[in-house]
Design a protein around this ligand. Structure first.
Ligand code: CMC
Length: 428
């Protein structure tokens, strides 16, 4: 039996369809409200609005649950590799041996950049923000792969997806090499996805970087934990751009721009900057907590709080434990980890954070782990983007294939002046 919710307003009434998600969450469908009642819904920042139906990722923010295509994130920690998870998210099921081999080969065949694109790195200022480079270069892929601007069949789409997932590493590593004035290191098709990225980042022409399996595994885990997170700001951006039928390259480039912001993926940079300041003695952990609570201050405790999680972010929990394991195994000691733990302890004992249900999010511990791999702070959000790319692609595809999807075009409540007349310059 179909369920409805009644809305009454000034003597008029409408029954709105109520839809239930697989996990039992209810959604009131207001799409016909304006036609029937002449009113729109106001939901500032879309905090309580579902913009689509999706089968990709499930989050229960109250309980701290995250699942990719139904699989709990905790089950993805030790076993699979990132490429497998990318496939899972994009194509909806775990790949069999042949599918994974074919996809991996597709990635290997596409890891080089077109020479025209590679030459563009020479004209970018050495101190350019890597996220600006990444967004520009992903968009630029559209210039060099024009045959993939419209993807009409699954094979074409798989080529476009493989190009993005493979080349994003090459672009990221080249931007780092450029910033250091180091020669570019080309990808090595014999290496696995994460090892290849580390090779392009850290090898030199006369000496191959020795890849520590512990570091490779940790990077693989970081990419998996970032691979999708349903309708976050950057994914919603990718969907919005894609809803205008913009191509996959342009849509993902827009996702990078959204991710760059410090309230989103850029938070991993802010966390480490804050921890470094504390380590240098410029700031005390107690002072951070005090400032974060002060509404007159612009300070935020980066790496804390989340729109959806009102509990510990399961990704942060995994990363916190992995930090310990990796640091012990590679025999690194980073004072920033102790400071982070101290901050977490102070925050979780403070009523401001407890009452607002503010817990560590994925960005709180990821930077500390990336630092241990030798990845510089300004590349942290780029690493987030490499991890998130399969999620963006999966959402772009889901929307592209959904016959019910329309251009995303929200409404507004206009609060500007009523009609007024144009005044000539001499009358103003
Ligand atoms: N430090 C201090 N106060 C905070 C924080 C924080 N990190 N986060 C939220 N609050 C306060 C906020 O001021 C508000 O207080 P009040 O009720 O007194 O007005 C209350 O908690 C509710 O927060 P909100 O602003 O309604 O939360 P939101 O859903 O709009 O924003 C957020 C979510 C993630 C942008 C926010 O928590 C934040 O700015 N956190 C720091 C940045 C960060 O770590 N971002 C990464 C998010 S997770 C991964 C990702 O998406 O990239």
């Amino acid at each position: 039996m179909s369920r409805t919710a009644k809305l009454t307003f000034e003597g008029r009434e409408i029954e709105l369809p109520v839809e239930e998600s697989t996990e039992g969450e209810l959604a009131v469908d207001v799409s016909k409200l304006r036609d029937a009642m002449g009113m729109v819904t106001l939901d500032q920042s879309l905090a309580n609005t579902a913009i689509c139906r999706s089968e990709i990722t499930f989050i229960d923010g109250d309980q701290g649950i995250l699942r990719y295509r139904g699989i709990p994130i905790e089950q993805l920690v030790d076993r699979p590799n990132f490429v497998e998870i990318a496939w899972l998210l994009i194509f909806g099921h775990l790949p069999n041996r042949d599918e994974l081999a074919a996809f991996s080969e597709n990635l290997s065949n596409n890891q080089l950049l077109h020479e025209g694109l590679r030459h563009q790195f020479q004209h970018i200022p050495v101190d350019a923000p890597p996220m600006a480079i990444l967004s520009a270069m992903l968009n630029n892929l559209a210039c060099f792969h024009q045959e993939l601007l419209s993807v009409d069949d699954t094979e074409q789409f798989a080529h476009a997806a493989a190009r993005l997932i493979s080349k994003v590493r090459t672009i990221a590593a080249f931007s780092y090499r450029r910033s250091r004035g180091l020669p570019i290191i080309h990808p090595d098709p014999a290496l696995r996805y994460c090892a290849n990225f580390l090779h392009m980042m850290f090898s030199v022409p006369y000496r191959h970087y020795v890849i520590d399996p512990e570091i490779e595994d940790a990077l693989n885990l970081i990419f998996i934990l970032h691979a999708d997170h349903e309708q976050n700001c950057s994914t919603a951006t990718v969907r919005t751009v894609g809803s205008a039928r913009a191509n996959l390259f342009a849509s993902c480039a827009a996702g990078v721009c959204a991710l760059w912001g410090p309230l989103h993926g850029g938070a991993n940079v802010e966390v480490v900057r804050m921890l470094e300041e504390i380590a240098a003695g410029g700031l005390q952990p107690e002072e951070c907590i005090r400032m974060a609570k002060d509404k007159q201050s612009n300070f935020r405790l980066y790496g804390f709080g989340h729109r959806v999680y009102k509990n510990y972010d399961p990704r942060a929990k995994i990363l916190r434990d992995v930090c310990d394991r990796v640091f012990t195994r590679i025999q690194v000691r980073d004072p920033l980890l102790d400071i982070a733990r101290k901050l977490e302890e102070l925050a979780l004992a403070d009523s401001y954070f407890v009452d607002r249900k503010l817990y560590p999010n994925v960005d709180f511990y990821s930077g500390i782990l990336l630092r241990a791999m030798g990845i510089p702070t300004n590349m942290f959000t780029v690493c987030f983007a490499i991890g998130r790319l399969p999620g963006w692609i999966a959402h772009w595809k889901e929307q592209h294939d959904d016959p019910a999807s329309r251009i995303i075009r929200p409404r507004q409540v206009y609060i500007g002046v009523k009609q007024t007349d144009y005044a000539p310059m001499n009358e103003r």
